[in-house]
Design a protein. Structure first.
Length: 273
C-alpha cells in the first residue's frame, strides 16, 4: 500500500532531528530555533504526537526478546494505538507540516532516515484499513526483527519523579564538582535526564557539543607537540573521524564514555598549549 511519509509521525520527528543537526553545524540560529520550537510544542511529553511516537518507538526499539513477548508487545501497541484520536493526530500532523513548510523548508521531507522502512511498516500495522493478509505478513516480519539480538541494547531505566531527580542531581554535583569538567557534567546531566523529554534536550546538546569539540580537536592538530609527533597527529585525526560518526548515531553508553574521554583530551591539550 502507498505510504505517505508526511503522515508518519515517527518520520516527521526523525527528519526534524536530522534538520536540527544540519542547522547546528551550519550555525543557522534561526532555523535551529524554529525546529526546537516545533519539537517542543508538538512532541513534548503528554502531547498526542508524543504518545503516538512512543508507540512507534516501542516496536522499533524492541530487540532480542522472546517471540511470545514480542507478540504481546505488538498486540498491546496496536490496542493502545487504536484508542488514540486519529482526527487529532491528523490535525497536529497538519500543523507540524505547515510549520515546517513555512519556517524550516521542504528539504526536511527529503532527509535520509535510516530506519524509514521499519517506520513505514509500523505505520501500516497501525493502519486499521490494512487487509488482514497484509497485516499478518507485516506483523510476522516485525516480530522477526523484534526477536533479533542487538548488542547495543542498554538496560531499561525506570522513570524517576522530580523530587528523586533533584536529589540525585544535588548528590551528583556534590560528588563530582571537583572531579569532572563543566562540559563533562553537562553531558552526563543531559544524558541522565533524556527520558523526560523524549531525548530532545540530549539531541540538542550533543549536536552543539560534538561540533564544539570537533573544532577544538581541529585546533589541536596545529599544536606544535602534536603536529610534530606522527603518532599523536594520527590519533587526533582518528578522533575527528569518530566525532563525525557520533553525529549519525544515537547516544549509548559506549559513545558517552568515548565523548567524555575526548572532552578531557581537548581540555588537556589546551592546557598544555
Amino acid at each position: 500500500m502507498k505510504h505517505n511519509k508526511k503522515r508518519n509521525t515517527a518520520f516527521l520527528y526523525e527528519a526534524l532531528v536530522q534538520e536540527l543537526t544540519k542547522a547546528v553545524i551550519e550555525k543557522n540560529v534561526s532555523k535551529k530555533s524554529s525546529i526546537i520550537s516545533i519539537l517542543k510544542e508538538h512532541f513534548s511529553k503528554g502531547s498526542i504526537l508524543n504518545k503516538e511516537l512512543n508507540l512507534y518507538k516501542t516496536l522499533n526499539e524492541t530487540k532480542g526478546l522472546e517471540r511470545k513477548i514480542c507478540e504481546k508487545i505488538l498486540y498491546e501497541a496496536r490496542v493502545q494505538y487504536s484508542s488514540l484520536p486519529s482526527q487529532l493526530i491528523f490535525k497536529e500532523q497538519s500543523k507540524v507540516i505547515n510549520k515546517i513548510n513555512k519556517s524550516v523548508g521542504h528539504s526536511v521531507f527529503s532527509n535520509f532516515v535510516s530506519n524509514y522502512k521499519d517506520l513505514a511498516s509500523i505505520a501500516q500495522i497501525f493502519n486499521a484499513d490494512l487487509p488482514v493478509k497484509e497485516r499478518v505478513l507485516l506483523e510476522e516480519s516485525m516480530i522477526d526483527v523484534m526477536t533479533q539480538n542487538d548488542t547495543s541494547l542498554q538496560e531499561d531505566m525506570k522513570p524517576i519523579d522530580h523530587l528523586a531527580y533533584n536529589t540525585f542531581i544535588k548528590k551528583f554535583n556534590s560528588k563530582y564538582s571537583d572531579v569532572l569538567l563543566k562540559e563533562q557534567k553537562d553531558l552526563l546531566t543531559n544524558y541522565l535526564i533524556s527520558f523526560d523529554d523524549n531525548g530532545l534536550s540530549l539531541k540538542v546538546f550533543l549536536n552543539e557539543e560534538i561540533e564544539r569539540v570537533k573544532q577544538k580537536v581541529e585546533e589541536c592538530l596545529i599544536i606544535k607537540e602534536i603536529k610534530q609527533d606522527e603518532m599523536m597527529s594520527s590519533k587526533t585525526a582518528r578522533i575527528l573521524e569518530k566525532l563525525e560518526m557520533f553525529k549519525k548515531k544515537e547516544c549509548d553508553q559506549k559513545m558517552l564514555e568515548e565523548l567524555l574521554k575526548i572532552q578531557y583530551f581537548v581540555n588537556e591539550a589546551q592546557q598544555n598549549d
